[in-house]
Design a protein around this ligand. Structure first.
Ligand SMILES: [Zn+2]
Length: 204
């Protein structure tokens, strides 16, 4: 029987882990910082949220975000179309940043999540678990779909005086995606490591 230890992220004191009752939080005995919480999410819930996010992500990128109507002319654009336009207009850095923070990083995070959670749910430890779990943690802050959505909404309010605006399917999809990603973030990543530890410790 191994003693499972956890270090306080604030002051590095080591504590022995205990099993918490539902809704309880463990705090550091020296500085009072939060150490860990009881498992509030089941892996099935996170997996369902991840699959739902991926589906909504595809819809958000396949349809126009908004259609502008001005002097009889209509112009709609998808996120990818907007990125290509930015690049063509001589703004490759902004175009690269938008594509990385709204497509590349969120999609990579969701794919890694699926890669990790599907085998874990089946009771298997996925190959290179530690590497992919760390990559997921590293890129997580760089997914900025909610910032993008906020930017789009501010732009639409500004444009509303000069053109009539028809919200596209993708705009609603991005709003739904923001909520789904926020729900996924409620899952404490430490539970992922706990699951992996349990599997690594159990006989095959
Ligand atoms: Zn502490």
């Amino acid at each position: 029987m191994t003693h499972r230890l956890i270090a306080c992220e604030e002051c590095d004191v080591l504590h022995r882990r205990i099993v918490l009752n539902a809704g309880c939080v463990a705090h550091c005995t020296r500085c009072g910082a939060e150490l860990f919480r009881s498992r509030t999410f089941h892996i099935d819930t996170v997996l369902a949220l991840t699959l739902g996010s991926l589906m909504v992500f595809v819809i958000a990128n396949a349809f126009p975000i908004v259609t502008l109507e001005m002097k009889g002319a209509r112009n709609g654009s998808t996120l990818f179309g907007a990125i290509v336009t930015l690049c063509r207009e001589g703004r490759p850095i902004i175009s690269g940043l938008v594509s990385a923070t709204t497509i590349l990083f969120p999609l990579t995070e969701l794919m890694i999540r699926l890669y990790l959670f599907i085998p874990l749910r089946q009771g298997r430890l996925p190959a290179r678990f530690h590497f992919f779990a760390r990559v997921m943690q590293t890129i997580r802050p760089w997914g900025m779909i909610e910032v993008f959505l906020l930017g789009v909404l501010v732009s639409l309010v500004k444009l509303s005086s000069t053109a009539s605006i028809l919200p596209g399917v993708a705009l609603w999809a991005f709003a739904a995606l923001t909520l789904l990603l926020a729900a996924i973030l409620m899952f404490d990543p430490r539970h992922l490591w706990d699951l992996a530890e349990e599997l690594a410790g159990s006989p095959a």
